[in-house]
Structure formats: structure tokens, C-alpha cells
Design a protein around this ligand. Structure first.
Ligand code: CP
Ligand code: NVA
Length: 306
């Protein structure tokens, strides 16, 4: 069976843990002679299709594929006019005849699933409107490097319900931690996600009050107020009270870390003081995309067992 990486919810706890462990081991070997053992993509070409902008995902996948001995091929959505010049299914079928794997960023999650259904090579979700699983693998790796096991910890999310939060909810269904989510009522997680969380034993607490979510938390997370594909609407007004500032961080545990997938709109969802403060681990998160994704790539090609 082709190994796709589309959503954390497609994986078991043990599989995700094996991927995280593999990512940490690959990170430890980087730039040492032992890194030769990780050249598991020797001779393989991996397409990176971007229908939306990116800095971290593009750079981390391109460098990661290269360091694993493979060749990245960067393609923009504009060039192939994804879903317009030809069907999503035909695009997937044709790409699969040329390359050994495909990382793709596109907004429509159903189309991503369709793409993967017709691809005959591994497909990795590099962000859709619905989820961002590679990001949350890097986030968990970062949290655990700074604060130890995620088990039984309190993780606080404040702001919008978006792709990154959805992948955090999926993670909460697989790892035993408490996820406290503060959103305005208008932007709260949809019923189907809450149902999934219930059915999968995720421990979620929803609130309207960021201070409540942050109280004693081991980690405070936020993200931009207007994600790719969103229209502004009333978002800035609704989300202003959900900003992470120093006062909110003071509610959290003294050793709490602040996380943000980036790009950040400083002065909106987070203040400069928090972004640049001692508790911020946002650049470690960005770096860990590289290591976490190398494990995912190696797994897709059968080089990591999970
Ligand atoms: N965090 C993240 O995915 O960043 P980019 O949109 O720059 O890839
Ligand atoms: N929620 C953000 C994440 C960017 C990496 C967006 O979708 O734009």
C-alpha cells in the first residue's frame, strides 16, 4: 500500500511516536558522519507542489529531501493550474509517472484526499485549509525538547480555529494531554471536529476566555487571525481579546513555552515581547519542521518503520 501522510488522525499513537523518535534521531545525526545512514531517498525525486505561498514548508522540505539524498522538484500551482487545466485526479496520475513522491500544499482538503487516492506514489500534506499535520509533528517535537513528555500536560490554544488547531485536536486524540481552546463563539471548532475528538478520547476544554485556557498551562499557542483562503470579515475585532501578551503568559506555568507556527503578524495575535521573550520557542519549531519531515519522508519510502 502507498504510504501517504495526510492527517495525524490517520495514524495510531505508536506510529506517531515512532515518527517523532525517528525525527529526533535524524536530528541528532545531522552534520555528523552517521548522517550517511539517513540518505534513504538516494536517487528519488520528490515533487513539491505549492498552490499557496510558503517559506518554512518549501525550505524545510527542499533541504530535507536534499539531505536525505533525494532531488526536490519545486512546482507552483499557477504553473499547473491545479484542478483547472486538468482534473486533480489526472494531475496526480501524471505526476506519479515522473516522480517518486509528492508534497503538496493546497487549500481544499477533499481535493488533497482525491489527489492522494489517484497518486500511485506517497503524498504528504504540506497544509490545507483543514489541517497542517507536519507542523504539529514539529510542534510536539519542540515542546518535548523543552518541557519533556507531552503526556498529561496542559496545552493552551488561543485565537482562531484553523488548520494548525485541527491537527492539534488530532494529536490530542492520539496523545494523552489536555488541550484547552479559547476562541470567540463565532470561530469555535466545528461540530464534526468535536465529535471526532469525543470519539477518539481527546481531552478538550473549550472556553471563550484566553486567561482560563492559559492558567497553569505548559504551553501557550496561537496563530494568525486571517489564514490563507480566509476573508477578513470581522476577524480582527473578534480575535483582538485573544492576543498572547506578557500578561497572558504570566497566567501560564513559569516554565511554559510559547509556540507559533509562523508567519506571525506581530502586534496582532502576539506581541513583540512574547515573540522575542525567553519563553518563545518559535524558531526551534521552524527548525524542527526539517527534522520531523525527514522522518515522515523516510517513512513514506519504507525506510522508517512506524
Ligand atoms: N508554518 C508554515 O507552514 O510556514 P509556511 O507557510 O511559510 O510554509
Ligand atoms: N493558519 C495559517 C498557517 C500558516 C502556516 C494559514 O493557514 O495561513
Amino acid at each position: 500500500m502507498v504510504r501517504h501522510f495526510l492527517d495525524l488522525s490517520d495514524f495510531t499513537t505508536d506510529q506517531l511516536r515512532a515518527l517523532l523518535d525517528a525525527g529526533s534521531a535524524i536530528k541528532a545525526r545531522r552534520r555528523t558522519p552517521a548522517a550517511d545512514a539517513d540518505k534513504s531517498l538516494g536517487g528519488k525525486v520528490v515533487a513539491m507542489i505549492f498552490d499557496q505561498p510558503s517559506l518554512r514548508t518549501r525550505a524545510s522540505f527542499e533541504v530535507g529531501i536534499h539531505e536525505l539524498g533525494g532531488t526536490p522538484m519545486f512546482v507552483t500551482g499557477r504553473e499547473i493550474q491545479l484542478g483547472e487545466r486538468e482534473s486533480v485526479a489526472d494531475t496526480a496520475r501524471v505526476f506519479s509517472r515522473y516522480v517518486d513522491g509528492i508534497m503538496i500544499r493546497m487549500l481544499d482538503h477533499e481535493q488533497l484526499r482525491e489527489f492522494a487516492e489517484y497518486a500511485t506514489v506517497p503524498v504528504i500534506n504540506g497544509l490545507t485549509k483543514t489541517s497542517h499535520p507536519c507542523q504539529v509533528m514539529a510542534d510536539i517535537m519542540t515542546f518535548e525538547e523543552h518541557r519533556g513528555p507531552l503526556h498529561k500536560r496542559k496545552i493552551a490554544w488561543t485565537g482562531d480555529t484553523n488548520n494548525v488547531l485541527t491537527s492539534w485536536v488530532h494529536a490530542a486524540g492520539r496523545f494523552d494531554f489536555d488541550l484547552h481552546i479559547a476562541t470567540p463563539e463565532e470561530l469555535q471548532p466545528p461540530a464534526h471536529l468535536l465529535n471526532w475528538a469525543r470519539e477518539n478520547g481527546a481531552k478538550l476544554t473549550l472556553t471563550r476566555r484566553p486567561e482560563e485556557a492559559a492558567e497553569g498551562a505548559d504551553c501557550v499557542i496561537t496563530d494568525c487571525w486571517v489564514s490563507m483562503g480566509d476573508t477578513e470579515g470581522n476577524r480582527h475585532n473578534l480575535l483582538r481579546p485573544y492576543q498572547v501578551d506578557e500578561a497572558l503568559m504570566k497566567r501560564a506555568d513559569k516554565r511554559a513555552v510559547f509556540m507559533h507556527c509562523l508567519p506571525a503578524s506581530r502586534g496582532e495575535e502576539v506581541t513583540d515581547e512574547v515573540m522575542d521573550g525567553a519563553q518563545s520557542v518559535v524558531y526551534d519549531e521552524a527548525e524542527n519542521r526539517l527534522h520531523a519531515q525527514k522522518a515522515i519522508l523516510a517513512w513514506c519510502f519504507g525506510q522508517v518503520q512506524a
